[in-house]
Design a protein around this ligand. Structure first.
Ligand SMILES: Cc1cc2nc3c(=O)[nH]c(=O)nc-3n(C[C@H](O)[C@H](O)[C@H](O)COP(=O)(O)O)c2cc1C
Length: 251
């Protein structure tokens, strides 16, 4: 055990922040950590938009349907960024034929996700709280427009950072044996017996967004999610292609 592992094992999403600002020193450390994260092929195919403008924060909060997004001291949006390398290649060799493909898109997507997680770990190690915002995909077109994201970029995830105003408990997880397999994937005939203890633990977990109310069992949360679609989110594929990426889905 060491302090890094303790930080990781103590991770909890924070959804209410104090108004205390984050010092410039901490901010630049977090950005340095982001930049130092491993990157596919060394190509650094992800960037961060630090959203400071209050009007833009308000728009993102509306997209996310979460008020506290507008109030958190730091809002970062991590983006796939092939725009930069596309232009570097054009300047060097007047061509950039493989900046559009599915492989490059997912290299950028992974880079952006890893950068975000490095920042989360660093922020939490400094006593800060964080919230990932996948909800930016509720309306990716609005996010793209608001942040003036050019072709060959795409928003991956948002991240709030600030000093926590709430102290949630650890949210229960599946047993490690359900998510880690040796040599090959293990599929169970029936899952319910394996997730009984998680279902029970979830029923005593209180989400700070609904104080005084416990969560439904994990299996119920899953079945609701697996039967719900947000019409705008279903357009993500088209919007990624509108940003200039080509998935070449023909067999
Ligand atoms: C990619 C990603 C997107 C997420 N998007 C949101 C979000 O839009 N809003 C939110 O409140 N939490 C979001 N979360 C946080 C998850 O809800 C949270 O991690 C999960 O419920 C487990 O809780 P814990 O982080 O406290 O352990 C997101 C997490 C990840 C990894």
């Amino acid at each position: 055990m060491n302090s890094t592992i303790q930080t990781l094992l103590n991770h909890k999403t924070i959804r209410s922040y104090q108004s205390t600002p984050i010092s410039n020193e901490i901010l630049s450390t977090l950005l340095e950590v982001a930049s130092r994260t491993a990157t596919s092929s060394g190509m650094q195919q992800a960037s961060i938009i630090h959203v400071k403008n209050q009007e833009k924060k308000d728009i993102i909060a509306k997209v996310c349907k979460q008020d506290y997004v507008a109030k958190a001291p730091i809002l970062f949006i991590f983006v796939v960024d092939q725009h930069r390398n596309h232009h570097i290649a054009l300047e060097v060799s007047q061509k950039a034929e493989q900046t559009y493909d599915v492989d490059r898109f997912f290299q950028g997507f992974t880079d952006a996700s890893l950068m975000a997680q490095s920042v989360v770990t660093a922020a939490e190690s400094l006593g800060l709280g964080t919230t990932y915002l996948g909800a930016i995909h509720n309306d990716d077109e609005t996010v793209i427009k608001t942040l003036n994201l050019p072709k060959l970029t795409y928003p991956v995830v948002g991240l709030l950072i600030g000093y926590a105003d709430v102290q949630p408990t650890l949210k229960p997880r599946l047993d490690v044996s359900m998510r880690v397999f040796e040599d090959e994937y293990v599929s169970h005939k029936e899952y319910m017996p394996h997730i009984k203890s998680l279902d029970e633990a979830m029923m005593s977990y209180v989400d700070t967004r609904n104080p005084g109310k416990t969560m439904p069992p994990f299996s119920k949360q899953v079945s609701e999610r697996m039967n719900y679609a947000n019409a705008l989110r279903l357009k993500m594929g088209q919007n990624i292609m509108k940003q200039g990426f080509s998935f070449n889905l023909d067999e």
